[in-house]
Design a protein around this ligand. Structure first.
Ligand SMILES: Cc1cc2nc3c(=O)[nH]c(=O)nc-3n(C[C@H](O)[C@H](O)[C@H](O)COP(=O)(O)OP(=O)(O)OC[C@H]3O[C@@H](n4cnc5c(N)ncnc54)[C@H](O)[C@@H]3O)c2cc1C
Length: 311
């Protein structure tokens, strides 16, 4: 006889998406375990913006509050990394990096993504404080400052950033870096007052924790108070792929329906791992929506089992 899984749901990842899902599931009286390695994407930032009623909150404090709420409903958290996932609907086995294993009927993967900060030396140590990617998260805070947008690996987003940031400042410079602008793109940016410099960025200048300018390969510098860049993003979707979840040919992302259900029964995904543009509030919303779908799925299977047992 197959061993009964220990948990109804294991959530891999305890950021905004995972904790929101955990809260809903724990309140629904499910046996839910969150396994989290503790590196949420926005950890380098001192403030979180754009989350109604939480605007300006410290991202760490936000997650601490979420964890307190989750455990107050008997939710369990393990601080660890899930390295492997296998099984099928109703019976999954997750292996943690210390070699231990947990079993579960359903899985929600909410593991987020990594931003590739290797393009320009000096970005990593300023990420989230002086170097940003999201005008909606940090544009307001750099209003009226000298903003440089460095052409990043994500071409369209880089050009969009330069346009969006013009709303906040009269001093926006787009340094093209590896991006070749079409004449029409150049015209559109210049028409709204974005200064364009064609040149390769070599590094960022400023003592540790500060930024004075960005340095170009021709020896010139662009004085800057803040930098924006659109880097390549790497979703942490190894577990989803190992479980056989379908991936879109177009986006390269694991596909889900509107409630986070992947192509594999019993496996859900929410937040940045499947939706790189999700902000904290939308990642949390996706987690909550997935939780409701998972709970409905569990109930359906519980009723099926009860009916079978009665007949
Ligand atoms: C610098 C910066 C600032 C930002 N500022 C804002 C802002 O002001 N407002 C806003 O709305 N958005 C902001 N964002 C975006 C925000 O970070 C994301 O929207 C949000 O983190 C997505 O939540 P998530 O739960 O999907 O992923 P995350 O918050 O990244 O959480 C994923 C969790 O999964 C864990 N994990 C990963 N793999 C495993 C594994 N194998 N096993 C166990 N655990 C694992 C990670 O350690 C992490 O704790 C910012 C992003 C950055 C980079």
């Amino acid at each position: 006889m197959a061993k009964i899984p220990t948990h109804d749901v294991i959530i891999v990842g305890g950021g905004a998406a995972g904790l929101s899902a955990g809260l809903v599931l724990a309140r629904a009286q499910a046996d839910v375990l969150i396994i989290d390695s503790g590196h949420p994407r926005n950890a380098p930032a001192h403030q979180m913006h754009g989350f109604l009623s939480r605007d300006g909150m410290d991202p760490k404090g936000f997650l601490e509050a979420g964890r307190r709420e989750f455990v107050s409903y008997n939710g369990a958290i393990i601080h660890s990394t899930v390295s492997q996932a296998a099984g099928q609907a109703g019976s999954f086995r997750l292996t943690l990096d210390d070699g231990s294993a947990e079993t579960t009927r359903a899985i929600l993967v909410a593991t987020g993504l990594s931003d590739d900060l290797s393009l320009v030396p000096g970005m990593h140590e300023r990420w989230g404080t002086l170097v940003h990617h999201c005008p909606y998260c940090h544009g307001y805070e750099v209003s009226s400052q000298r903003i440089s947008v460095i052409g990043g690996q994500a071409r369209e987003m880089s050009i969009k950033q330069a346009g969006l940031l013009r709303r906040y400042s009269d001093a926006v410079t787009f340094v093209t870096n590896d991006i070749q602008l079409e004449q029409a793109e150049r015209n559109r940016l210049e028409a709204i007052g974005v200064r364009i410099i064609e040149g390769l960025v070599t590094h960022l200048n400023g003592a540790f924790g500060t930024l004075t300018s960005i340095a170009l390969s021709d020896g010139s510098v662009v004085d800057s108070d803040a930098v924006f860049i659109a880097p390549t993003q790497h979703p942490h979707d190894t577990l989803l792929r190992a479980l056989g979840c379908s991936v879109s040919d177009v986006s390269g992302l694991v596909t889900t329906d509107g409630f986070g259900q992947t192509s594999v029964p019993g496996v859900w995904a929410a937040g940045n791992v499947v939706s790189p543009t999700a902000q904290v509030i939308t990642a949390a919303g996706a987690g909550g929506a997935s939780a409701i779908a998972i709970n409905g799925w569990l109930l359906h299977h519980d009723i099926d089992a009860a009916v079978a047992a009665r007949n």
